[in-house]
Design a protein around this ligand. Structure first.
Ligand code: HEC
Ligand code: HEC
Length: 233
């Protein structure tokens, strides 16, 4: 066989393998992939390779962009990273921008690896803050409507898949909150939608601002030299 014929044969093999394995499709598939990935021990070294494609948007540091287009991932609970990527891969959380890249992960092991790598990164320190004009209002509404799930310090809950909100970019939290309120984020927790539905833009701005000034919990990310405990947090 000529080299090009060999290449063609290899390509069609790859294509049929991809078509067979494919990314998960739908809510059940996302749930299955999430459970499988959580059960595996992530390898941060292999995850570093898989993360390369993610860095184009989320940056090498996984600090995201301060204009709120791309969220900060470093410091987020591993469980949340895995669930959200599984949802995005399966189209349960609509993210057309990221979808083609999310599907480059070949299987739940690679998903666990990339999450372990992200968790091995240091906590970002210069997230985008809000205008700082209504912090007291933000704290008041946050503590009334959001604290039961996202925690007193915006630390979330790894076991329950509640994201860390502390220290996330202001514009990202605000945009997500509005999309959740307005029914545009399909995978949003139903009880949260109830809690957020009555809130005005002004209140959501104040909450997002308040959260942008809280520090991410140190426990959320392992030190770079300690990959082992990061795997199942
Ligand atoms: C082309 C840009 C792009 C690439 C590449 C990309 N993402 Fe994203 N990612 C986004 C955007 C945009 C969002 C926010 C989606 C939204 O607004 O709902 C996001 C959201 C996420 C979230 C959810 C964060 C949260 O707080 O809920 C995770 C986790 C994530 N990305 C991980 C990854 C991983 C892992 C990769 C690599 C396999 C990757 N992303 C590649 C654009 C990208
Ligand atoms: C009943 C529990 C619950 C309550 C109450 C709740 N949330 Fe959430 N929140 C969640 C869960 C779970 C997610 C992850 C999304 C998902 O997979 O459903 C989330 C995600 C988010 C996100 C997206 C974070 C990211 O990284 O993409 C924002 C922003 C948010 N919540 C803001 C709020 C605000 C503001 C309030 C109060 C008005 C609130 N939440 C109340 C459970 C809750």
């Amino acid at each position: 066989m000529t080299t090009s014929a060999l290449r063609l044969a290899a390509l069609s093999l790859t294509l049929s393998a991809t078509a067979f394995a494919g990314p998960p499709d739908g809510k059940k598939a996302a749930e299955k992939e999430k459970i499988a990935a959580l059960d595996l021990k992530g390898d941060a070294k292999r995850g570093k390779e898989a993360y390369k494609v993610c860095a184009a948007c989320h940056l090498d540091s996984a600090a995201g962009r301060s204009d709120g287009t791309f969220p900060q991932l470093a410091g987020q609970h591993t469980t949340v990273l895995i669930k959200q990527v599984a949802d995005i891969r399966a189209g349960v959380r609509e993210n057309p921008v990221m979808h083609p890249f999310a599907t480059t992960l070949v299987d739940p092991q690679e998903l666990a690896d990339v999450a372990a790598y992200i968790q091995s990164l240091p906590l970002p320190t210069d997230n985008q803050k809000g205008p700082g004009t209504e912090l007291a209002l933000g704290q008041k509404v946050y503590e009334k409507a959001c604290v039961t799930c996202h925690g007193k310090k915006g630390e979330g809950d790894a076991v329950k898949f509640y994201p860390v909100l502390a220290g996330q970019h202001y514009a990202y939290v605000l945009r997500q909150s509005q999309e959740i309120r307005d029914g545009k984020r399909k995978n949003a927790n139903a009880d949260m939608v109830k809690a957020i539905k009555k809130l005005s833009d002004r209140e959501l701005q104040a909450i997002s601002d308040y959260l942008s000034r809280l520090s991410m919990p140190a426990k959320g990310a392992a030190a770079p030299a300690a990959p082992a405990p990061a795997a199942k947090n």
